[in-house]
Design a protein around this ligand. Structure first.
Ligand code: 5AD
Ligand code: SF4
Length: 592
């Protein structure tokens, strides 16, 4: 095992292509290992001395042979037919790559993409023979799926690592040492810094390296730190069926694309999650079909820029079709052409199961051509809910953010969307206190909140991130207390406006997908309306509109009609009228 790691290290120093490009390993223990005691651990730039080369050549003789390396390319014909059969690298035995019933505890931080990534990582580990536990105390491996979007998100992880340190020290005395791994954006952003700062971290896996988890864990098993933070141009995990964490859930998230090419000046995502790439339509449809067969009632199509979706995976998709952006919007990158676009995908997904609600998040306002709006309008099972991250109400700040639109273009798009999809529910993201934001800019954001009256909002104080354009070119010059005061003002205004917007539902009968018992009361049920707002209603017997005469109590996954009686900024309340189906209730929000 140690020999293997030092060989990989040497491959990296010598610039060996194919194997070195699979992943890289950090070999903190290689100095300590006796057979390589003369080998130094050189810098990534690969400054090594001749002695090391000679030492390496003489030891190569005792390492894996050329035949070992050939073995993985000469797959016997019967294996070729099974995509699951892959020869392990010659230097780790099949047995070492297996989980051997070790228990993994996964903890997720950050956005919905991370929830989905957790399911992908778990799917890969489960196939390798790991077991899942939700009891930290009995875990053999603890993996944190991390977020880097704001400083605060990272601070939470550092604090968590300090807590885990005590657990790990205690385990050192037990039979099986505990292994700790950092997955996702923070692994990608900080790389070695995490391993150096927190010696107790054993593995790092960036967002495109989850397939490598069994190998990284096998390396960690031998007492080494191991990392793979290579970003990929094409990894979409298309063939990895995520394992839903909660098998009773009514809803699932389906990842349709990864990465982001927008390069908004404040955002770390393009650096941690890499270039934009879309998953082939066929594999998305297959996953949605499976979820429908399992009885799920809602899928949310997921991606950093869902509506920039573009499946270029087959030549015939690439006949040049011009790309329509929203009116008045531009892209930060050279306009891409061809491929199957988001409207095609949305159309196909929504045809799979008319009883399955379709949502998508998070879109970019630039990619809302009329064909997408039209489809949302006409298809009953595509929710009339659009997240339209504005980030600021000031055109000056929007330009500094490199968002590709002005306030005027954004407002015009809102009007156009409202005209195209009557009753649409709107939500947005805003950042308070971006570089150079004046009081006047801030007031423009306040006025945008008042003008649009969003139903939901996600508001953040600006957090400067290294590597971004803002970090290099702009000054984080809004004082922390000013950022927080402005954020608080935005929250207050947003709540007032959302309450007004949500109150327009009072008196309406809405279609609600039941999720389960309300967290606050055992006599109430909770579900979501078409606009994704939480609806609370008493858990009572009702008529079943699909089977007259039958009286039923609503179960998770049922559609019910609820008459709305009150509204706040975040929740609607009402009483239930009957159980129904999505198809039978297409005229669902009609005030009586
Ligand atoms: N500081 C604060 N908020 C940010 N976001 C992205 N980057 C930053 C940052 N550096 C917010 C944006 C984005 C949401 C996911 O997070 O509003 O839409
Ligand atoms: Fe970040 Fe902008 Fe990409 Fe969203 S669109 S992930 S804010 S760079």
């Amino acid at each position: 095992m140690h020999r293997l790691q030092c060989i990989l290290q040497a491959q990296r120093c010598l610039g060996w292509g194919p194997l070195a490009s699979v992943s890289w390993l950090l070999l903190r223990a290689c100095r300590a290992h006796s057979s390589f005691s003369t080998t130094t651990c050189p810098s990534p730039e690969g400054q090594q001395e001749d002695g090391v080369r000679k030492d390496f050549s003489s030891r190569l003789a005792t390492g894996p042979t050329f035949q070992h390396f050939l073995r993985s390319t000469s797959v016997p014909p019967e294996k070729l037919s099974s995509p699951d059969v892959v020869d392990p690298p010659p230097y780790l035995t099949v047995d070492e790559l297996l989980g051997r019933q070790r228990k993994v505890y996964l903890e997720t931080y950050g956005c919905q993409m991370n929830v989905n990534d957790t399911e992908i990582a778990w799917s890969i580990l489960q196939k390798s023979g790991y077991l899942r536990t939700d009891n930290l105390q009995e875990a053999d491996v603890i993996l944190l799926v991390t977020c880097s979007i704001r400083e605060k998100a990272e601070q939470t992880i550092w604090n968590r690592l300090h807590q885990l340190k005590a657990l790990k020290t205690k385990r050192l005395r037990s039979r099986v040492p505990l292994k700790v791994g950092i997955l996702g954006c923070m692994a990608e952003r900080l790389k070695e810094e995490i391993l150096n700062r927190e010696k107790m971290v054993d593995i790092l896996a960036g967002p495109d390296a989850y397939r490598d988890l069994p190998r990284l864990l096998a390396v960690a098993e031998s007492g080494q730190q191991a990392a793979n933070v290579l970003l990929s141009l094409d990894e979409t995990y298309a063939d990895v069926m995520p394992v839903q964490t909660s098998p009773s859930a009514t809803s699932a998230f389906v990842s349709i694309m990864r990465g982001c090419d927008n390069m908004c000046s404040y955002c770390i995502v393009p650096f941690t999650r890499g270039r934009e790439r879309s998953r082939p339509v066929a594999s998305i449809l297959e996953e949605v079909r499976k979820l429908s067969e399992q009885g799920l009632k809602e899928v949310t199509l997921l991606g950093q820029n869902v509506n920039s979706f573009r499946d270029n995976s087959e030549v015939q998709f690439n006949s040049v079709v011009s790309t329509n952006l929203s009116r008045g919007f531009s892209a930060n990158y050279k306009t891409k052409q061809g491929g199957l676009r988001f409207s095609h995908l949305l159309d196909q997904v929504s045809r799979i199961d008319p009883e399955m609600r379709i949502r998508f998040t998070s879109p970019h306002p630039k990619d809302f051509p009329d064909e997408v709006l039209q489809l949302i309008h006409e298809r009953d099972n595509i929710c009339k809910q659009i997240h339209l991250p504005a980030q600021s109400g000031s055109s000056r700040v929007l330009e500094a953010m490199r968002r590709g639109y002005s306030r005027e273009a954004y407002v015009e798009l809102i009007h156009h969307i409202r005209k195209s999809i009557p009753g649409v529910s709107l939500s947005s993201d805003f950042i308070a206190g971006f570089c150079g934001e004046t009081e006047e800019d801030h007031l423009q954001t306040v006025s945008l909140l008042q003008e649009v009256q969003y139903n939901m909002g996600f508001l953040f104080a600006y957090s400067m991130r290294q590597k971004t354009r803002a970090y290099h070119r702009l000054k984080d010059d809004v004082l922390e207390e000013v950022k927080l005061r402005r954020l608080q003002e935005l929250i207050t205004v947003f709540r007032e406006e959302a309450t007004k917007a949500n109150k327009t539902s009072v008196g309406c009968t809405q279609l609600v997908l039941v999720e389960g018992l309300s967290k606050r009361s055992a006599t109430d049920l909770c579900g979501r309306n078409d606009g994704n707002l939480k609806v609370i209603f008493p858990d009572v017997e009702m008529e079943d509109a699909t089977d007259s005469g039958l009286r039923v109590r609503a179960q998770p996954g049922d559609y019910v009609l609820v008459k709305i009686t009150s509204a706040s900024s975040q929740t609607l309340r009402g009483h239930v009228l009957c159980r129904t189906t999505l198809r039978d209730s297409s005229a669902h929000c009609s005030p009586d």
